[in-house]
Design a protein around this ligand. Sequence first.
Ligand code: SF4
Ligand code: SF4
Length: 365
Amino acid sequence: MTYKVAVVNASDGAAIAPALYRGISLIGWTPAPGRNYLLKPNMLNSKDSASGVTTDPRLVKAAIAFLQDKGYLPRVGDSPGNAYPGKAKKVFKESGMMEVVTSLGAIYVDFEDISPELITPDGQLIDLVGIAKPIMQHRVINMPKLKTHVQTLMTGSVKNIVMGSIQGSGKGAIHKVGNTPERFGKAIMDVYSALRPVIDLNIMDAIICMEGNGPSSGSPKAVGRILIGTDAVAVDMVAFRMAGVDPMRVPYIREAVDRSLGPESFNEIEVLGDAPTVTKFRLPSSILSSVTLYGHSLVSHYKSPVSFTRSRCTRCGECAGICPTKAILLSPYPEVEVSKCIACYSCHEVCEHNAVKVRKGIIIK
Ligand code: SF4
Ligand code: SF4
């Protein structure tokens, strides 16, 4: 089977909508008649797209307009990190996404307002998980952001749809079960295999990406591209290679290949559009080297993988709230109980104040 992925240039705001239309036409995608579409951007926290954290509202605007042109009424929603009632709405408002959604007459969907649908992925590690009901009730257009990730090395389409679809404490459960990079890759693929049938299209924002200690505290990196494809794993493989990273270094990609949940090699991907030139991303400081031991990642666990910068910390408690093992105590600043920590980096991911520092070289890939 051949998987098509379009890579199109979109280096300034005016180029985004034409690039999106061109990319969709290159892969020959059309929306299915009579279906309702849900756009699922990456709304990890309130930081804007220029910081490299959240999906570019201009790209979401172009996708809404594309669907409206074809007679659809798109919905837009996501579940941010450490989601609690009211947080998603706050993130949409503060990041500028809500303005785009409502001004165009699309419908904002609050995942946390609606009871999750319990699905059974029948997976290797995850049996039952609560998925935001709107995900299962619509055809989904997944709109990730290309970023580095302190735990998984890179992140894009697959993690965006999996972690953003899981509601509330379910995200912590995934981290708890996936307590090593390999196991986390397996847990992600368990959920992804259940979500894969509802994803119609992936539109990746690689306009301003993130390098370094992503997905929330790295540095923005201008790449000026949009990637479009119907298969999330294929889009990620092209994007990671574009970032100078062998996709097989990313545990969940290895797992996808093992389970045939997407291309089994790069040879099965047809890349269309503009040449995806390699723009090497600075990798997370948690990644020690490119050494791979029997194809597996290791985590060294003698010290806490994270520390806290008190001068930046507002004592908001978000890190303690998201920690899946309750390893963080606020007294009054956060401190980690090392024996409980599983190096999931959720605390680093959720902190909007860059107050969580990552210890160097804890993950060996
Ligand atoms: S480290 Fe960040 S998330 Fe944790 S309490 Fe401080 S500011 Fe909040
Ligand atoms: S302290 Fe941070 S890295 Fe450790 S388990 Fe908790 S959230 Fe994960």
